[in-house]
Design a protein around this ligand. Structure first.
Ligand SMILES: [Zn+2]
Length: 338
């Protein structure tokens, strides 16, 4: 990724605490009949403030099923909750996530009820007044996360809707909520993302497992520091103005993060999208503008080129500048500016 999101303090985070209490202290420690006062006291008005089909019924049903489970099965749920909410560790290749498909093997009904609960918790509950009173507005949480960033961190080339817009982009469940239970409202698993990255490329693919289920490392969207990536392109064509995406040979490197870079590319089609950008009309426009400047001021052309490159390097997220640098370096290598 191009940059990472900074954690913010927001009431939205409270919901995860109530869920932690529900899973670890209520569902995983069933004792007698279900009573509403077993829930975290601040979660009760939220549960009561929404159609019982969304939360109350699945909470009771999961409790009833858990009451009939073996201690080892309850321990599996507990460990699964802890693992599935350790998003950073999972991205680093540590820990073992628990999948819905594994819960199905414990009890099919348990999988169904958990799915119902965690999906409603994200899609229905943040809209209700009782939730907003305690956990604030999810739109406000999005706005604070996006802050002054205007580009999607996953691709760096598309705009992301900002607090200035009246609409917002999606909060991506980085670990998809269809595959992994327990983390549908974990702030560490919710990252603002552009539509192309979210819907066209990533979809329901998992960053931490490939298509055949093999674990892999992935960038963590809330890492304290973004990984520094090096971009190098070579254009295998004779005329740069007629270049096609197939002519672009792109390398994205950081020797310590090879696997994460591969995952990133496979999830978001990064190399394909960058090759298209580097062979696009936009890129030809970058070159033509630079050449016009050279024609007007032939004596200062190298100085002007260096100054512009310095600016692009210092402002990588502005106007595709990180790709502009890559592009002009490749042009230079081809002898376009000689
Ligand atoms: Zn994107």
């Amino acid at each position: 990724m191009l940059y990472t999101y900074k954690h913010i303090n927001h009431d939205f985070e409270k919901i995860q605490k109530y869920i932690e209490h529900l899973v670890l202290n209520v569902w995983c420690k069933p004792n007698g009949n279900f009573l509403i006062n077993k829930l975290h006291p601040d979660f009760v008005p939220i549960v009561n403030g929404v159609n019982p089909r969304y939360l109350k019924n699945p909470i009771k049903n999961v409790y009833r099923i858990c009451n009939g489970l073996l201690p080892a099965q309850l321990l599996k749920l507990r460990n699964g909750f802890l693992a599935n909410n350790s998003i950073e560790e999972l991205c680093m290749g540590m820990g073992t996530p628990l999948l819905y498909s594994e819960i199905y093997t414990i009890r099919p009904a348990l999988k169904r009820q958990l799915e119902l609960f965690f999906k409603n918790l994200y899609s229905k509950v943040p809209q209700i007044i009782a939730f907003k009173k305690v956990c604030g507005e999810i739109d406000d949480y999005y706005d604070k996360l996006v802050d002054t960033n205007e580009k999607c961190p996953f691709c760096g080339i598309n705009d992301i809707l900002t607090p200035k817009h009246s609409k917002r982009d999606a909060l991506d469940h980085y670990l998809p909520k269809d595959i992994y239970p327990f983390n549908s409202v974990n702030p560490n698993n919710l990252a603002p993302i552009c539509k192309t990255c979210n819907s066209s490329y990533k979809g329901t693919n998992s960053p931490i497992r490939d298509n055949i289920g093999v674990r892999r490392k992935a960038f963590y969207p809330f890492a304290k520091k973004a990984v520094k990536l090096e971009f190098k392109a070579k254009f295998n064509c004779t005329s740069i103005l007629k270049m096609k995406k197939e002519d672009v040979e792109l390398k994205i490197t950081n020797s310590r993060y090879k696997e994460q870079i591969e995952t990133w590319d496979s999830l978001f089609g990064i190399k394909e999208r960058y090759a298209i950008k580097l062979s696009s009309k936009d890129a030809r426009g970058w070159l033509n503008t630079m050449l016009i400047d050279f024609k007007i001021n032939p004596k200062t052309k190298y100085k002007s080129f260096a100054k512009k490159m310095e600016y692009y390097e210092n402002n990588p997220m502005e106007d595709n500048n990180f790709l502009r640098v890559t592009y002009f370096n490749a042009c230079k290598q081809m002898g376009v500016f000689n």
